[in-house]
Design a binder for this molecule. Sequence first.
Ligand code: DQA
Length: 143
Amino acid sequence: MTKPIYVLNGPNLNLLGSREPEIYGTQTLDDIRDSLIETADGRAIEFRQTNSEGDLVTWVQEAQREGAALILNAGAYTHTSVALHDALRACTIPVIEVHLSNPAARESFRHINYVTPAATATIAGLGARGYHFALEAAIKMTA
Ligand code: DQA
């Protein structure tokens, strides 16, 4: 059986739609999940969000064991979490980092990034479309 593609979302992404829409857009996380499931055309997607760093680390480990690929928007943990970096380092599946905004073009504290050095690829600054590009790549890479 084909393994699912994990799409994991970190802190505050549950607020999408109402949170700083000028930066993050007006789509909610549920909107993004629903349109990804449509795009996936039957390919199983395991889509989750958490505000907890520990949950995110546990889910990255689960994705490595049970998933075909991982799409990850780690939110602010991108800029702080060595634990997340270590969990990603242990992944042999493709890891595609996604950000709605482009952290490299924002405040200097967002220029520190613990995910990019452990990711296969990064898509940033394209809004919700970034998730779709990531899914397209993940499907092609694991076909
Ligand atoms: C984000 C960028 C991060 O810097 C920020 O902390 C987020 C969202 C993005 O998708 O643009 O929570 O990951």
